[in-house]
Design a protein around this ligand. Structure first.
Ligand code: ADP
Ligand code: 5GP
Length: 188
């Protein structure tokens, strides 16, 4: 991969609880990559800040932006709308910044259609027991939400074949190193 003048676009997907946010946060920090904040109609979790973790929108606000062509991609995930705003991505790539999108598999394929050079990275745990343990350990979701996310993880795993590479998130250190290597190679 040679960089040219533009930044590279990375898509990170995989079942909820696999560790995408944890690893991407550390890698962004290590490599100086800005967060591309998504929009969602889901309610904020305790401690989440509007404009930082997500742009928290009502369904009406979300659909108005969609109608206005403001989304690069959007999808319904676990019963809520989530979408990537073009304003969080396009200018940064043009200015030579790398962008990491932590989005679901439906969104990942939409991005790949529009940016064929986007590099798709799939995250998963070694076992489904480990996924459940992490979802529970996060202590952010109700039992109903955890069950929904576990059911949906099976569907998400079917999309792994469309991704360029899979990182099995065993240890934080190894997974960070693996993602960093991909992005650093893109910068050479
Ligand atoms: P996702 O963004 O994929 O939904 P999170 O990053 O929120 O997942 O991680 C889910 C939970 O698992 C969090 O509590 C996080 O601290 C923990 N976690 C993430 N990576 C690991 C790992 N390699 N080993 C153990 N726990 C992890
Ligand atoms: P959470 O509710 O845990 O923050 O996110 C749930 C899932 O929504 C994540 O696993 C992530 O894949 C997906 N997601 C977050 N932002 C976006 C987005 O902008 N677009 C799409 N398609 N999915 C997203």
């Amino acid at each position: 991969m040679s960089r040219g003048e533009k930044g590279h676009l990375y898509v990170v997907s995989g079942p909820s609880g696999a560790g995408k946010s944890t690893i991407c946060r550390l890698v962004r920090k290590a490599l100086g990559i800005n967060l591309a904040t998504s929009a969602t109609t889901r309610a904020p979790r305790e401690g989440e800040v509007n404009g930082r973790d997500y742009y928290f929108l009502t369904k009406e606000e979300f659909l108005a932006k969609e109608k206005n062509g403001e989304f690069l991609e959007y999808a319904t995930v676990h019963g809520n709308y989530y979408g990537t705003l073009k304003s969080e991505v396009e200018a940064r790539l043009l200015h030579g910044e790398d962008v990491i999108l932590e989005i679901d598999v439906q969104g990942g394929l939409q991005v790949k259609e529009q940016y064929p050079d986007a590099y798709l990275v799939f995250f998963k745990t070694a076992t489904k027991e480990e996924l459940e343990k992490r979802l529970r350990g996060r202590k952010t979701d109700s039992e109903e939400t955890i069950q929904l996310r576990l059911r949906n993880s099976l569907k998400e795993l079917e999309y792994e074949k469309y991704y360029a590479v899979t990182i099995i998130n065993n240890t934080v250190e190894e997974s960070c190193a693996a993602l960093r290597k991909i992005i650093e190679e893109g910068r050479q």
